[in-house]
Design a protein around this ligand. Structure first.
Ligand SMILES: Cc1cc2nc3c(=O)[nH]c(=O)nc-3n(C[C@H](O)[C@H](O)[C@H](O)COP(=O)(O)OP(=O)(O)OC[C@H]3O[C@@H](n4cnc5c(N)ncnc54)[C@H](O)[C@@H]3O)c2cc1C
Length: 615
């Protein structure tokens, strides 16, 4: 048995340098969240709520209707869970519907639908079977079609996209036994052949979804380092690899807590010859490609989270009406009613966040990277709580499998499976911790650009003096503008009852920017290490985004004749406001230092005596 590499083969600084080199450093298009972290609530960027064009809707409708019929008639999520396999007829049926090429342009044989309709399709599949979602999503959210469409040469597109649209399953291979969240340590190597015509690929990839059945995959590998400013820079390159090539081997199929039908594998590459024309985008651009692909790729999980939240709401509503204990339906007992009320309000906000982000991605001319990261983080975390509450509301039945419920003649609501299938959403495609860090990095970017040299202890004294002057001039204008502003009546009156929440968001966005600045001043370069402080700032930003999205969506629905949407948005905002106030209170007043110190002692083995008594 081999243990995963525990010691990092690269230093912390090297890992950070690699991540920084892959960052998109410029903001070429507007972003609501970039503005929000800078202290400005730009409702004009998201409101009125963007809507898909009538043409897009008309093109998507027949596919979505056919998909719905297919899911109802042919896909049994519980049977797939028990068998541990998505049956071939389901995969073939999905191929026939075009479900493997939803976003692939029509000229290449795909359906050419929008991001919004793609995520709606994924949400529909999610409501039936998590394993089937994993298959479709690994293929087209992160697999070959996405990066190929964005970065492929016309020749590469012609070669691969029609195959992929017809259903040649694809995968995305980044993770390795020693490489999880930190891609700098990639051990898979691609060595150029002496004639420069190809690369020889060697290495092992872990947990590759679709790995057992994929025909094509994007593989991330190290290529020879380059020297930049006298320093070695690690290069990571993306390759399109055919699973059928000599030297590509499925070592084993992995098995998980949930998603029992997922085709996930350990893959080994032994002297695999990859022609140079299979390099995607260019040597050394692999990590940037992965990050950019994930900007929109990440929008799938927020939509799956919405589906889980809605399914849970449906089950909780029915069960809490039906189940009588202590003389009345359990839904009338305050403790259960509180859960259901919050569940409905939260589910509304999660859908607002997901739909808003997908429509913004379709609109173009909008930088979606922060929105997608927050949507992934926020929706998966909040939906997980909804799933947990649903298990609680179902009581013992929440813990019982659907098959066992059915055998006893009860409705086989698959809450137990939903919980098992859902948990991974907080880990893959960027764990919650990594999403927090990614967002925090962008949130402090403006400050780093201005005050970075001043805060960096390595900056020479002369440069520091110039930086001090520049920084002083910038903040003399910036800081007062983030203090004074009008976030009170009658601003945002067009939101009616919800205007008070939008005004709150305006005031709090300025407070968020100020608090971020205070944190920079207080901790200086050490802020990077104070993850809990950064995470709180991100959580405030996420809640403010959700308030804005929920108000905008409620307003759109109200105008369409659904006034009760305002009720849902209002309750959601009230809870979010309480959370925001509480989070602000703990940004600087907390037990972080003490907790960190205790954790260090735990890790050093000081409390192993507590583990006594276990067998
Ligand atoms: C079912 C499944 C399917 C998957 N599919 C794919 C796939 O198709 N392709 C692919 O390439 N990969 C895939 N993965 C891998 C997945 O993306 C990784 O599990 C994920 O990136 C996290 O890496 P890790 O598990 O090694 O965790 P680690 O990186 O080892 O992290 C362990 C813990 O530490 C935290 N952590 C790590 N670094 C930091 C830090 N700097 N600050 C604070 N906290 C930190 C993490 O958030 C996590 O909680 C899959 C995994 C699973 C389980």
């Amino acid at each position: 048995m081999t243990a995963p590499t525990m010691a990092p083969p690269v230093s912390e600084r090297e890992a950070r340098d690699v991540a920084e080199a892959a960052r998109e450093t410029e903001w070429h298009a507007p972003s609501f969240l970039a503005e929000l972290f800078g202290g400005r609530l730009r409702m004009d960027l998201i409101h009125p709520h963007p809507e898909p064009s009538a043409d897009d809707e008309a093109r998507a409708r027949p596919f979505l209707e056919a998909l719905e019929r297919f899911l109802r008639e042919k896909v049994d999520g519980d049977a797939i869970d028990r068998a541990g396999k998505v049956p071939p007829e389901v995969i073939e049926g999905l191929k026939a519907l075009g479900a493997f090429g939803i976003k692939i342009p029509r000229e290449y044989g795909g359906l050419g639908l929008s991001q919004l309709h793609y995520t709606r399709a994924i949400a529909m599949v999610s409501s039936v079977c998590g394993s089937t979602v994993a298959l479709l999503s690994a293929h087209q959210s992160i697999g070959v079609p996405g990066p190929l469409k964005a970065f492929g040469t016309p020749e590469q597109k012609k070669r691969f996209l029609p195959r992929l649209a017809k259903g040649a399953v694809s995968a995305f291979a980044l993770t390795e036994p020693g490489v999880g969240s930190d891609p700098a340590a990639i051990q898979t190597v691609a060595t150029p052949t002496p004639d420069g015509e190809a690369f020889i690929l060697n290495g092992e990839k872990l947990w590759i979804t679709n790995g057992t059945i994929a025909e094509l995959m994007v593989v991330m590998a190290r290529t020879p380092s380059v020297v930049v400013n006298g320093k070695e820079r690690r290069q990571i390159t993306a390759f399109i690899v055919e699973a059928g090539w000599p030297g590509v081997e499925v070592v084993r199929r992995c098995d998980f807590m949930g998603l029992k039908g997922i085709e996930n594998a350990v893959l080994r590459f032994t002297n695999v010859r990859v022609p140079r024309e299979n390099v995607l985008w260019g040597e050394g651009k692999g990590l940037k490609l992965a990050l950019i692909t994930l900007n929109t790729g990440r929008l799938t999980l927020p939509a799956s989270s919405v589906a889980a939240a809605k399914r849970c709401l449906e089950i909780s509503r029915q069960w809490a009406n039906q189940r009588v204990q202590w003389g009345q339906p359990v839904g009338r007992h305050d403790a259960v009613a509180q859960k259901i009320g919050r569940m409905a309000a939260d589910a509304f906000a999660l859908e607002a966040v997901s739909e808003l982000c997908s429509t913004l991605a379709d609109k173009g001319g909008y930088d979606i990277r922060l929105e997608a990261a927050i949507a992934k983080l926020y929706n998966s975390e909040h939906a997980w709580r909804i799933v947990d509450d649903t298990v609680q509301i179902r009581g013992g039945r929440g813990y019982e499998t659907a098959q066992s419920l059915k055998a006893r003649g009860e409705i086989p609501w698959p809450v137990e499976r939903i919980m098992r299938d859902f948990r991974i959403n907080l880990i893959f495609e960027g764990s919650s911790e990594i999403m927090h860090l990614f967002i925090a990095r962008e949130a402090v970017d403006r400050h780093l650009k201005v005050a970075g040299p001043l805060l960096d202890p390595r900056t020479p004294l002369g440069t520091k003096a110039a930086a001090l002057l520049r920084t002083g001039v910038f903040y003399a204008g910036w800081y007062p503008s983030r203090y004074f502003g009008w976030g009170r009546w009658p601003r945002y009156a067009e939101f009616g009852r919800l205007a008070t929440h939008v005004r709150f968001a305006e005031r709090m966005s300025r407070k968020l920017a100020r608090t971020t600045f205070h944190a920079m001043v207080r901790f200086g370069p050490r802020l990077e290490k104070r993850q809990s402080v950064l995470f709180r700032l991100v959580d405030v930003g996420a809640d403010l985004f959700a308030i804005a999205a929920a108000c905008s969506r409620a307003e759109m629905l109200r105008k369409r004749g659904q006034p009760e949407a305002v009720e849902l948005a209002d309750l959601f905002c009230r809870y979010a406001r309480r959370r925001i106030r509480a989070t602000f209170r703990t940004v600087f007043s907390n037990e972080d230092t003490r907790t960190y110190a205790l954790a260090r002692q735990v890790l050093d083995g000081k409390y192993t005596w507590m583990e006594a008594g276990l067998v």
